[in-house]
Design a protein around this ligand. Sequence first.
Ligand SMILES: Cc1cc2nc3c(=O)[nH]c(=O)nc-3n(C[C@H](O)[C@H](O)[C@H](O)COP(=O)(O)OP(=O)(O)OC[C@H]3O[C@@H](n4cnc5c(N)ncnc54)[C@H](O)[C@@H]3O)c2cc1C
Length: 461
Amino acid sequence: MPHYDLIVIGSGPAGQRAAIQGAKSNLRVALVERREVIGGACINTGTIPSKTLREAVLHFSGYNYQNIYGVSYRVKEKITMSDLSFRVQHVIKTEVDVTQAQLSRNGIDVMSGVASFKDPHTMQITGIRGTTEITGDIIVIATGTKPAGSAKVPINARTIINSDQILDMPEVPKTLIVVGGGVIGVEYTCMFATLGVRVTLIEKRPRLLEFADQEIVEALSYHLRDHRVTMRLNEEVHSVEETPERTVVAHLESKKRVTGDALLYAVGRQGNVDELNLPAAGLEADSRGRIQVDEHYRTKQPHIYAAGDVIGFPSLASVSMEQGRLAVAFAMGKNVTSNPAYFPFGIYTIPEISFIGKTEEQLTDEDAPYEVGVAYYREIARGQIRGDTTGRLKLIFHRETLEILGVHIIGEGASELLHIGQAVLILKGKVDYFVNTVFNYPTLAECYKAAAFNGLNKLTR
Ligand SMILES: Cc1cc2nc3c(=O)[nH]c(=O)nc-3n(C[C@H](O)[C@H](O)[C@H](O)COP(=O)(O)OP(=O)(O)OC[C@H]3O[C@@H](n4cnc5c(N)ncnc54)[C@H](O)[C@@H]3O)c2cc1C
């Protein structure tokens, strides 16, 4: 039976980085993937397809130029699903190739099949060519998640779909119901609204994206309403049905009735643990399929680690990569540090949102003395040149020490722009750093300087 120093289960971002970290440390590494293609939900159904779809939507709809040339500006009048998916397929293929090359360059044995535990050190791999067994000293579970289902919502992959099935829609619907006001639901709401689809967004909580700064979410909500999105907050779905005419009706607990050409169900995700036979390794998962780990990503079995979406929040590709790398580094006793407080968030709504550190609500709860400086893209030359007049950047800093506590951005390029603030925050920089620094002109980065002036002026009032 082949023996490996490290077995990684799953080839998404967490699994890839775990395997590469092992190979770079001269371990003999096996990576097991049950799909025909590697890359996980990240490359095949989640991050990469959705972000490429967004880029295609922005391009064809002419959205970025409508503030300059008028709202009727379009690159293409009748946008079809094949217009949108063409670019997606190209990017997926390239990303799979790049990842495959990376794994083989690092000498990692990629095995195709479903991995399940036979005992704490032995994995059974069942593929199209039969079953094999391998043993490992260290095992990393990086099996990710799948869209959660609900008995109330009969997914039919045609008119009632989950986020894995978006690209299989035969045509762009005229009206769409989105259930779920989390990141995935809101991102797709924005994309379809930008295409001119009338979207109704249903969320059972009183606000969208509840972990983000309230002021930023309010700015997004204003923008969504401006794009004819109907938001039904504090509303829960009672049942969903497809009519004989192949439209969809969602019945809400409040007795409201919402109709659409299609419905996207985007409420939560479930860990991929069913096939792992966790009890054979002395492990278990919770009701949402999440595996519990300590701060070193170690399960209750000292040689078995878990990383990525299968361990729960924040369930981002960016963080999953880091968790995979760290899990193997910790397993090898390397001296590495990780501070989840510094994980950035990128939410690819239209306009984009990105943030790091504390929100105003968290600081208020903690009774922390803070001040806020805000800059608006419309006051910055680059904002005008780009035609993004809705963006804003918000710096939160400590009133006494002036240390940066949080950075929150909504607007074009937010997810790139954030990393300037991230560096200053992590290096314990103060708000006056931005005042004393010269930024290229004209850039959106100048927002940092304008926000710093705005915030510091408030201290002297
Ligand atoms: C629509 C959508 C949009 C997203 N957008 C973003 C974004 O913009 N930015 C961001 O950072 N994150 C985003 N995410 C989240 C991101 O995709 C995930 O955080 C990331 O893919 C998690 O990586 P992972 O390695 O944990 O799992 P996955 O990428 O899910 O990979 C897990 C792999 O394990 C395999 N597997 C499962 N069980 C077994 C088994 N028993 N044997 C063998 N193989 C197995 C699966 O087939 C899969 O290939 C998005 C997700 C979705 C759904």
